[in-house]
Design a protein around this ligand. Structure first.
Ligand SMILES: Cc1cc2nc3c(=O)[nH]c(=O)nc-3n(C[C@H](O)[C@H](O)[C@H](O)COP(=O)(O)OP(=O)(O)OC[C@H]3O[C@@H](n4cnc5c(N)ncnc54)[C@H](O)[C@@H]3O)c2cc1C
Length: 279
């Protein structure tokens, strides 16, 4: 069925492409929808593109380690979806998608939480990120889940504030220990950038940067398992140079508070930690 396209180009709307989630994956798609050759394909075929996003000001995860290391501000790390969608001629719906229906012949509708009528789609792409399983209930303890990424910046700020307040209390026997769980690219980047930034805080707050201990735990036999051996060797060397300890075949399966206001991960990893960002 042909529909009025609102006068944006000469071709009526013929079909609907709907994207749910305005994060890392879809910002690339939206950017490409506004550029050759996709721009003309979309226009000539009457494809209406719609983004349903619950956050209009969206964090870009590729820049997260740079935020942690203070190389970028939170503002620099965020993308204004309003602007991006306008440039790419994508309709933006600021809402949370709450339901999807499928029609036997293909296509269906997406329901949103803002009470608007269901949004029709012919093709649907869902990229709404992920969250670490089993750890979400520990946000209030000394655990900092990295995902959802939209909540990470403020959680990391809290961690930094706490370190600033307690900077002078750490000793050789009881250093501030940061345990990073996950040995993929994200965990590696975060371990390095968090070490850089937390050491600065310790030093600038009257503490001793040598009383920061960073440990990375991964369930794999090595880290960066999807990368080639040369890359792995480079990062192994960097970790050794930076004094970051790595525990292999160490799967974190739970977290619990311990009496000294610290947190213990349990399972195969056993470590007294102040904070445990999860990636
Ligand atoms: C530290 C770190 C660094 C990384 N660096 C890179 C990198 O350099 N390159 C790379 O390719 N990958 C990188 N990644 C991996 C990358 O973050 C993920 O692969 C990516 O986030 C997945 O994309 P996404 O769009 O699905 O999720 P996200 O980027 O997490 O975005 C999900 C979006 O969906 C929205 N949303 C959630 N639920 C709904 C709903 N019901 N309705 C509407 N909107 C919703 C959220 O508000 C959010 O904006 C990194 C990850 C980490 C942790």
């Amino acid at each position: 069925m042909k529909r009025d396209n609102g006068g944006m180009s000469g071709t009526p709307w013929v079909s609907d492409l709907v994207l749910i989630g305005g994060g890392h994956a879809h910002v690339h798609v939206i950017k490409m929808l506004g550029m050759p050759p996709l721009r003309s394909v979309v226009e000539e075929n009457g494809i209406r593109c719609t983004l349903i996003a619950k956050d209009v000001y969206t964090p870009y995860s590729g820049m997260l380690p740079g935020l942690v290391a203070n190389h970028y501000t939170a503002e620099e790390m965020h993308i204004d979806l309003n602007r991006l969608c306008r440039l790419s001629h994508v309709r933006l719906i600021h809402a949370s998608a709450t339901g999807i229906t499928y029609q036997p012949g293909g296509g269906g509708t997406v329901t949103c939480d803002d009470g608007r009528p269901p949004i029709r789609y012919d093709a649907l792409s869902i990229d709404i990120g992920s969250a670490p399983s089993g750890f979400s209930s520990h946000k209030t303890m000394d655990v900092t889940p990295v995902k959802p990424i939209s909540e990470f910046a403020s959680r990391f700020r809290e961690l930094k504030n706490r370190l600033q307040e307690t900077a002078k209390s750490y000793t050789k026997e009881r250093p501030f220990t940061l345990l990073v769980v996950g040995g993929g690219a994200g965990g590696i980047e975060l371990a390095l950038s968090a070490q850089y930034s937390l050491a600065q805080i310790l030093e600038n707050s009257g503490g001793n940067k040598n009383l920061l201990k960073v440990v990375l735990a991964t369930r794999g036999k090595g880290f960066l398992e999807s990368h080639n051996p040369k890359v792995r060797a480079i990062f192994q060397r960097i970790f050794a140079d930076r004094g970051i300890e790595v525990r292999f075949e160490a799967e974190a399966v739970g977290v619990e508070a311990s009496p000294q206001n610290s947190t213990t991960t349990h399972g195969h990893v056993n470590e007294n930690v102040e904070n445990a960002p999860m990636s």
